[in-house]
Structure formats: structure tokens, C-alpha cells
Design a protein around this ligand. Structure first.
Ligand code: PGA
Length: 252
């Protein structure tokens, strides 16, 4: 059985006070409403992690970050290391989000280094991939996404590869209100799983959770999450509303 995961990506939103309110709402609703077999993750800004960790100790909700350094430690002003993330109870880290790729120039090779260092420190990377609209319009999305996966992940051993989570996020659907249809999502997720099967075999491929991201909300979550190869969601905008976020997590 693959792990079902609903991860909230707060991006650069929420002051500490706002984040505390949002978290306590999710924790309180979650107590009665969340299913045991769905792992909920809150990927919050770095400065909130310590506070949130204390708030999440008695819940099954896990803590995640949105980025980390590719270096272990040292003279890298402004950067955050995986050891720091671990030391405040972080279990997941989003890597390669399209906003990091586009606005901060993160390349496949840098992401490969970040993947390695998170695995060395037993953090679970949520590796994001996804095509821009121009690529989708040329119907070249499968090759585009498979190239991202190959370049950043296929140096891993089968054992290490089994520890990662993949999030397919078509860039044209992120924060735009446009969602991939369930057919488009399933087609891509199945293609990714086939690619993993070819590289690492069926056992590894069948164990990897592949999340969909891009304007997932309560109204479309059930249909997307019912796809055979969609194992969860990476939720941006809707994760900032506790009711919507919990409702999405209940949509499996
Ligand atoms: P969205 O963002 O749900 O607001 O489209 C998803 C993401 O960027 O992870």
C-alpha cells in the first residue's frame, strides 16, 4: 500500500500569529476528522517551524519545510541546512518547486545535491516536477517531466529512491485556478510510475507516493484523488484555509 499524503505548502504566507491560528484549527478539526491512513503535512516558512513543532507533538500531522541548502553547514549566509531542519522536528522538505526553479534559478543538478543531503539526514524530500504551458501546448509534457526526474533522481540507489515522494505540479495550474483534468493527471502519474518501473523495477515504483499539485481544492480533490496513480496532493492556496485543507484531506 502506498502512503496517502496531503501536504500544505504555505509558501511565503502567514505571520507567526496567523500560522499558529491556522495550525491549531487544522489540529483541532483533524482530531475528529482526519483518517489514520492519510499523512497530513504542513510545509511552513522556516521561522515558524519551531513553534509549529511544539503544536504538533500530540497530533499525527507532520512538519515540513519548503526548501533547504545543498550544503551541510558553513559560510552560506541566509541559508538553512538539513541538520537545522531536523533539529526542530521537520520530517519533510519540498524540493524543486517550480517557483524555486523559476525565481531562484534552481537547476536539476542543484536539486540532485539537495535530494542527496536530505536523504543523508533522513528527511523525506517531496520532489516537485511539472511542465510550463508552452510545453503542454506542444504536447511534450511527458518527456519534459521525465527529464526532470531522470536528471535529479536517477543517480539514487533503489533503496534511496524508495524514500522519496514525487509531486507532479503542472505550472499552468499552480495558483491559477486551472486544474489538470483527472485524465491529464492520471496520464502523467502513470507515465512517471512507468518510468520508475523501467529504472528501478515494479516493487519500487508501486511503493512511491506521487502527489498532484495545482489548484487542488475541496471541489475537485475527490475526483483527482480517485485516480489510480494519484496518491495525494500538494496544496498551495487552499492550505491557507483550515476548513478547505481538512476537507481536501478527507476527500480520498
Ligand atoms: P496551488 O499551489 O494549490 O495554489 O495551485 C500548489 C503549489 O504550488 O504547491
Amino acid at each position: 500500500m502506498r502512503k496517502k499524503i496531503i501536504a500544505g505548502n504555505w509558501k511565503m504566507n502567514q505571520t507567526l500569529e496567523e500560522g499558529k491560528i491556522l495550525t491549531s484549527e487544522v489540529v483541532n478539526m483533524g482530531k475528529d476528522e482526519l483518517r489514520d491512513d492519510v499523512q497530513v503535512v504542513l510545509c511552513a516558512p522556516f521561522v515558524h517551524l519551531t513553534t509549529l513543532q511544539a503544536m504538533l507533538t500530540d497530533s499525527s500531522i507532520a512538519l515540513g519545510a519548503q526548501n533547504c541548502s545543498n550544503h551541510a553547514s558553513g559560510a552560506y549566509t541566509g541559508e538553512i541546512s538539513v541538520a537545522m531542519l531536523k533539529s526542530v522536528g521537520t520530517e519533510y522538505v519540498i524540493l524543486g518547486h517550480s517557483e524555486r526553479r523559476e525565481y531562484f534559478g534552481e537547476m536539476d543538478s542543484l536539486l540532485a545535491e539537495k535530494i542527496d543531503i536530505t536523504l543523508e539526514h533522513s528527511l523525506t524530500p517531496i520532489f516537485c516536477c511539472g511542465e510550463p504551458l508552452v510545453v503542454r501546448e506542444k504536447d511534450e509534457q511527458l518527456a519534459y517531466v521525465q527529464s526532470q526526474i531522470e536528471k535529479s533522481l536517477f543517480h539514487l540507489s533503489a533503496e534511496d529512491f524508495s524514500k522519496i515522494v514525487i509531486a507532479y505540479e503542472p505550472i499552468w495550474a499552480i495558483g491559477t485556478g486551472k486544474t489538470a483534468t483527472s485524465d491529464q493527471a492520471q496520464e502523467m502519474h502513470a507515465a512517471i510510475r512507468k518510468q520508475i518501473t523501467d529504472q528501478y523495477g515494479e516493487e519500487v515504483a508501486n511503493g512511491i507516493s506521487i502527489l498532484y499539485g495545482g489548484s487542488m481544492k475541496p471541489g475537485n480533490a475527490e475526483e483527482l484523488l480517485s485516480c489510480l496513480d494519484v496518491d495525494g496532493g500538494l496544496i498551495g492556496g487552499a492550505s491557507l484555509k483550515s476548513r478547505d485543507f481538512v476537507d481536501i484531506a478527507k476527500s480520498f
